[in-house]
Design a binder for this molecule. Structure first.
Ligand code: PMP
Length: 431
């Protein structure tokens, strides 16, 4: 089927609103490591995909899935060694020694379960999130996802706090004053539940503030927020769906980078390298109370032996190929090159990043910081035509988002930067 016919038939059956990357949608037929191969024979460097965490179609993950699928695939209602071993291995990556594991099939489902837990265990309903968050698409989770819901849809049980944004909001403030201001918003949100006769239940935060635009968080900011939440009797949910499994290079989890000890952690995307799996990892007393209140939580596909074999293989590859260390060294290299690029392109207002996760904020004017939204759109499309895949995020959609698979090499980094440099130099839109 030609790509044109495929697109038309897709529009007819999936609808035009089903999201597609890029103005000229890509028809990808094969993946391998950091590479995606198009139906047109073109090879693309994938600098965006955090689901193919250890590389597209990693042979060890594929083999583990196939071997287990050939042997047995049942639900967690049966005893199976791989399920228990994998859950134990996951739990061992957390500093908290009393973490328990509940498997799900998607990040949305994990956050749905986490929200149920904090609400039912606390006896409250009020939940806080950020003003540009994305946590998933179920009814309850979309209410705490700012970019999916209107204030009316969120209803009286949800409050959004402003996203900490040192680049735009710092002014003359030092870190401490900036953090004080943002933390005051958290206290205000907590207090507002009581004013409305509601009990506060907790807060959900993506620890990298990924959809929010990956702002540089002043040291101690998120830890202080978590303390405020707990002091008010709430639970802190760390959403690690996007940034987890070593992406930030220095630590295995984003909350560890921020010095936070969460009550509940949710995982997803990279967990099975594309095999749909997710989990809620929570303190024992929370899980035990939740299971008293709900004697049965069962999820047919979640944590089945094939999923756990995939998850186990991802952990093996991360360890054996030293990919967390690679995220740090290659990530540092990319960051330095992006900063160098900012010296040559006025359009770049700010460069942020950690490990293999970067945000390049584009502005029309470095003084006014007016978002260069059209330029960001043109750049990601021109990059895809030039064979390098990235995307954009943020409240103004003016932030280039770069988040490659973990085996990204320094050679890949050079190609990414050279292409970005070239594309930015030949930009058509007026910045
Ligand atoms: N949380 C975060 C931070 C995410 O980025 C996403 C997906 N973009 C989700 C949750 C939802 O995950 P899923 O699409 O697997 O439901």
């Amino acid at each position: 089927m030609s790509s044109t016919e495929l697109l038309q038939r897709r529009f007819d059956i999936l609808g035009k609103r089903a999201p597609l990357f890029y103005e000229k949608p890509l028809h990808i037929v094969r993946g391998e490591g950091v590479w995606l191969h198009g139906a047109d024979g073109k090879k693309y460097l994938d600098a965006y995909n955090n689901v193919a965490h250890v590389g597209h179609c990693h042979p060890r993950v594929v083999d583990a899935i196939c071997a287990q699928a050939r042997t047995l695939n049942t639900s967690t209602r049966y005893l199976h060694e791989t399920i228990v071993r994998y859950a134990e291995r996951l739990a061992a990556t957390f500093a908290q020694e009393d973490m328990m594991v509940m498997f799900c099939c998607s990040g949305s489902e994990a956050n749905e379960l986490a929200l149920r837990m904090v609400r039912e265990v606390s006896g409250g309903t009020g939940v806080i999130s950020t003003a540009h968050s994305y946590h998933g698409n179920t009814a309850a989770v979309s209410q705490v996802s700012a970019i999916l819901s209107t204030p009316d849809q969120r209803g009286p049980d949800v409050r959004m706090i402003p996203v900490i944004d040192p680049y735009r909001d710092r002014g003359q403030q030092d870190d401490a004053t900036l953090v004080d201001g943002y933390c005051a918003e958290v206290d205000k949100a907590i207090a507002s539940f009581g004013d409305g006769g509601r009990k506060f239940a907790g807060m959900i935060l993506c620890t990298g503030l990924s959809s929010e635009g990956l702002p540089t968080q002043p040291a101690g900011y998120m830890r202080r927020v978590a303390e405020q939440v707990r002091a008010a009797g709430g639970y802190f949910i760390a959403d690690e769906v996007q940034g987890g499994f070593g992406r930030f290079g220095s630590h295995f989890w984003g909350h560890q980078v921020q010095g936070v000890v969460p009550d509940i952690v949710t995982l997803g995307k990279p967990m099975g390298n594309g095999h749909p799996m997710a989990a809620v990892i929570a303190r024992r007393h929370i899980v035990e109370r939740f299971t008293e209140l709900n004697p049965m939580y069962f999820n047919t596909f979640a944590g089945n032996p094939v999923s756990c074999a995939a998850g186990m293989a991802v952990m093996d590859v991360l360890e054996d190929e030293d990919l967390v260390a690679n995220a740090k060294t290659t990530g540092d290299d990319v960051l330095a090159q992006l900063r160098d690029l900012a010296q040559r392109h006025e359009l770049i207002g700010d460069v942020r990043g950690r490990g293999l996760f970067f945000a390049v904020e584009l502005v029309q004017d470095r003084e006014t910081k007016t978002p260069a939204t059209d330029a960001a759109k043109e750049i990601i499309n021109a990059m895809s035509r030039a064979g390098v895949l990235i995307s954009r995020i943020g409240p103004f959609d003016n932030i280039l988002k770069i988040r490659p698979p973990m085996p990204f090499t320094s050679g890949n980094a050079d190609q990414l930067i050279e292409t970005l440099d070239r594309v930015m130099s030949s930009l058509r839109v007026a910045a």
